[in-house]
Design a protein around this ligand. Structure first.
Ligand SMILES: [Zn+2]
Length: 204
């Protein structure tokens, strides 16, 4: 079997570690890099370094940010009595682009999955409970938590877990209505579908 030179193989292997990248995509990316100019490669390296250096998790909502607390948590115009719980930071943009939600967010950084060994303590749930106390939310009581986890098995399991966790505390827990394609991810949902799903959310 014909092998690439060692540095090329190494680069292909690194690309293969990225999500959704298989052997063929990794090869294509590696050869794209090989054909790129030195300046292009330097820019890519600098961008990678910059996100690692400047981006952290917001200490309040766990969103990825370059200022702490993040812009949503620090904003004086957001409705602090509403909180939307999402799996990943990019899901925030999916909700935000509807422009119909003005509350706060809470990013879990994952979803429960017995198969992949992801349990409740692997999610950012501890500070979610803390945020429900008005003293930790600028004196505002959270009236409603919208659980906007993905409409798939793992997202549903996570939503049910959160509902069981929060309901005894007397907070209204709602779930995004279906109408979104089942089995897909929030990040791929268009604005109209997301808007419908938000306005048709239901109690859990
Ligand atoms: Zn935040």
């Amino acid at each position: 079997m014909l092998d690439y030179a060692e540095p090329v193989t190494k680069l292909i292997d690194e690309f293969k570690r990225l999500p959704s990248i298989g052997q063929k995509s990794a090869q294509r990316l590696a050869f794209h890099i090989l054909r790129s100019t030195e300046a292009d490669v330097e820019r890519l390296i600098a961008a990678l370094h910059e996100v690692k250096e400047r981006i952290t998790e917001c200490s309040v909502c766990n969103n990825l940010t370059d200022v702490n607390p993040c812009g949503f948590c620090a904003s004086p115009t957001r409705d602090r009595s509403m909180m939307c719980v999402i799996e990943q930071p990019y899901d925030l943009l999916a909700v935000e682009k509807t422009r119909s939600y003005k509350g706060l967010y809470h990013v879990l950084h994952g979803a429960l999955s017995p198969i992949r060994g992801i349990r409740p303590h692997d999610l950012r749930l501890e500070n979610l409970l803390l945020r429900l106390k008005p003293e930790n939310n600028e004196g505002v009581e959270i009236r409603e938590v919208i659980v906007a986890t993905n409409p798939n098995t793992e997202g549903e399991a996570t939503a049910n877990y959160i509902s069981r966790l929060l309901k005894p505390l007397g907070v209204r827990v709602t779930r995004l209505a279906m109408g979104m394609p089942v089995g897909s991810d929030l990040e791929y949902v268009d604005e109209v579908t997301m808007d419908k799903a938000l306005s048709n959310r239901h109690d859990m």
